[in-house]
Design a binder for this molecule. Structure first.
Ligand code: SAM
Length: 209
């Protein structure tokens, strides 16, 4: 997708397919009148650029939450470790420099607010009703469930919850995000919207809290 006149989303390292990114971009534009957007799990900024570009077009704000220390699979020796993202001086994985570079190249710094912290710390006192929440942080059952349950409560009526890596069949992928999205649906207050590739989408139809 020629997402931005400043940077191609495909030039950013990440784990999002084109159709998933385009869907996030469209959803973020649709909910702009409802509230700001927030993502959990930015990595090098691929999803951030899709969502942030929609926020620029609608003069909205994206809060991009990531501790930038990487998930389990990004650590040294693990399947998705990228040596370019290893900070030799600090002796740790660190995606924040690459993330900042993506934001700068895409000229999105006026529309994206990076929050370098753990998701559970950020959500604790979060009070602004959100138009869109995109969850793509820790993929274990425990972490995906905690993110989906806690952040879904912060979505305004009419706003959407989008979760990455939804695989209803265990043979196709890990079950953490799928079971977490189902738990939000079962808790009530959301309707199913669609699934685009591995992006599952719910819309809040009423507040149940
Ligand atoms: C799969 S990557 C995100 C990919 C990104 N959305 C993209 O489009 O390429 C997962 C990210 O979640 C972050 N993460 C994992 N657990 C987290 C937590 N509890 N709080 C904040 N960030 C977390 C990791 O640091 C990592 O950058």
């Amino acid at each position: 997708m020629s997402l931005s006149k400043f940077i191609s989303a495909n030039s950013i390292r990440g784990f999002l397919a084109d159709d998933e990114g385009e869907t996030l971009h469209r959803l973020a534009k649709e909910v702009a009148a409802i509230g700001p957007c927030l993502e959990v799990g930015s990595y090098c900024g691929k999803s951030t650029v899709y969502l942030g570009d929609a926020c620029r077009e609608t003069n909205n704000t994206l809060y991009a939450v990531d501790h930038h220390a990487g998930s389990e699979e990004h650590q040294v020796g693990e399947e998705y470790h990228d040596p370019d993202l290893y900070n030799d001086r600090e002796q740790c994985f660190d995606s924040f420099p690459m993330f900042k570079r993506s934001l700068k190249l895409a000229q999105l710094t006026d529309w994206v607010v990076p929050i370098v912290s753990r998701s559970d710390v950020v959500v604790r006192h979060w009070a602004t009703p959100l138009g869109l929440v995109f969850i793509d942080g820790g993929h274990s059952h425990e972490m995906a469930l905690a993110d989906c349950m806690s952040w879904s409560r912060k979505i305004a009526e009419g706003g959407v919850l989008a979760v990455h890596d939804i695989f209803p069949k265990p043979e196709e992928g890990g079950q953490g995000p799928y079971l977490a999205l189902e738990a939000v649906f079962d808790a009530g207050g959301f309707e199913r919207v669609a699934q685009v590739n591995s992006l599952g989408i719910l819309r809040k139809i009423r507040d149940t809290y």
